[in-house]
Design a binder for this molecule. Structure first.
Ligand SMILES: C[S@@+](CC[C@H](N)C(=O)[O-])C[C@H]1O[C@@H](n2cnc3c(N)ncnc32)[C@H](O)[C@@H]1O
Length: 197
């Protein structure tokens, strides 16, 4: 499989650590609404991979929050390039606002995310659509990092798409995702023989 590359920031970990280097939680402390609304699809005891949820300082804050909530999470700090991607390992993959990925990076990343799922495994993804460039309430100002329904349908064409919806909502995720937002959500299930090549 080709390597995952990151464009956008020359040093993503350092850039994100600078952003996370504040006492406050810049994306808030409440679960993402799209994920909460679909939480019932995750079975208790499921093995779930949440992709790209932090940098060293961001994950440090997440560990603190998990302790406060008495929740055990296996946190791993790794770039998408260096993560030890497994095949057929997870019951679900959750990818909320991972739009740091440029088109080439995204193609490889989506393929790895799909491969990482067990047969019948669930993909839960949320991102911004290009209309978000008008709102400027979160996300990268780079149109080719944003998602359309067509792009996601094509990217996950080997999966059964259970739900794919473009919609608008007011986000209240800390200071970084705040206000009227143009969103897209995907729920897809890997087919039983669905290993992408
Ligand atoms: C917009 S935040 C979303 C975080 C979280 N999923 C959420 O919704 O609150 C994007 C995250 O991607 C991570 N990230 C950026 N570039 C990355 C890369 N090349 N590999 C892995 N993670 C990366 C950052 O550390 C940051 O936490």
């Amino acid at each position: 499989m080709p390597k995952v590359r990151s464009k956008g920031f020359s040093n993503p970990a350092q850039t994100w650590d600078t952003r996370f280097s504040t006492d406050s939680y810049i994306f808030g402390t409440e679960p993402n609404v799209w994920l909460s609304q679909h939480g019932h699809l995750l079975q208790p005891g499921s093995r779930v991979l949440a992709v790209a949820d932090g940098s060293p300082i961001g994950v440090g804050k997440a560990i603190k929050l998990a302790r406060q909530a008495d929740v055990e999470v296996n946190f791993q700090v790794a770039s998408a390039e260096d993560f030890d991607w497994k095949v057929g390992e997870y019951d679900a993959v959750v990818a909320i606002f991972i739009q740091f990925a440029d088109p080439d990076t995204r193609t490889t990343l989506f393929k790895r995310m799909t491969s990482a799922l067990k047969p019948d495994g669930l993909m839960l993804l949320q991102g911004y659509t290009p209309k978000q460039l008008e709102y400027k309430t979160g996300g990268p100002p780079l149109v080719d990092h944003l998602y359309t329904e067509e792009l996601l349908r094509e990217s996950f064409s080997d999966m059964n798409i259970v739900e794919l919806v473009s919609y608008e909502d007011v986000l209240r995720e800390g200071t970084q995702h705040s206000g009227q937002s143009a969103l897209i959500g995907l729920v897809a299930r890997k087919t039983s023989g669905g290993e992408r090549q």
